[in-house]
Design a protein. Structure first.
Length: 128
């Protein structure tokens, strides 16, 4: 890998698996998927924050579930795990631990979004 920081946000095995799906002559699949993530994630983030501010447990659960899946598909394991924690809180209906879970989520989200934007700017991480 050209950038060792990638391993801290996106799982290199997941990115490698995505890279294996790349068709020659087609736009870079990893960059395309990161672009979709960067387009979609801010709206999911906003939905989570809005639901949390409104005390809407089901809204937290729903929005966190969607972002959890998207981040897991790209190998952003810490973001996916923080979304899973929010999802569990929402499903349980008890948002008493929400602030701590949101702090973790925000840090993971910011790191994943920044790294995805870096991948988009620089092109796909070095192929296998």
């Amino acid at each position: 890998m050209n950038d060792m920081n990638l391993a801290s946000v996106f799982d290199t095995e997941v990115l490698g698996g995505l890279r294996e799906l790349q068709d020659e002559g087609e736009p870079d699949l990893v960059v395309e998927l990161m672009s979709l993530f960067v387009e979609d994630a801010p709206e999911r983030h906003k939905q989570i924050e809005d639901a949390a501010n409104q005390g809407d447990a089901k809204g937290v659960e729903r929005s966190a579930h969607a972002l959890k899946s998207a981040s897991a598909n790209l190998g952003a394991k810490e973001l996916s795990a923080s979304c899973a924690a929010l999802e569990v809180l929402g499903r349980g209906g008890d948002l008493s631990g929400l602030e701590m879970a949101l702090l973790s989520f925000r840090g993971c989200y910011d790191a994943a979004l920044a790294e995805a934007q870096q991948i988009i700017r620089s092109g796909s991480p070095e192929a296998g």
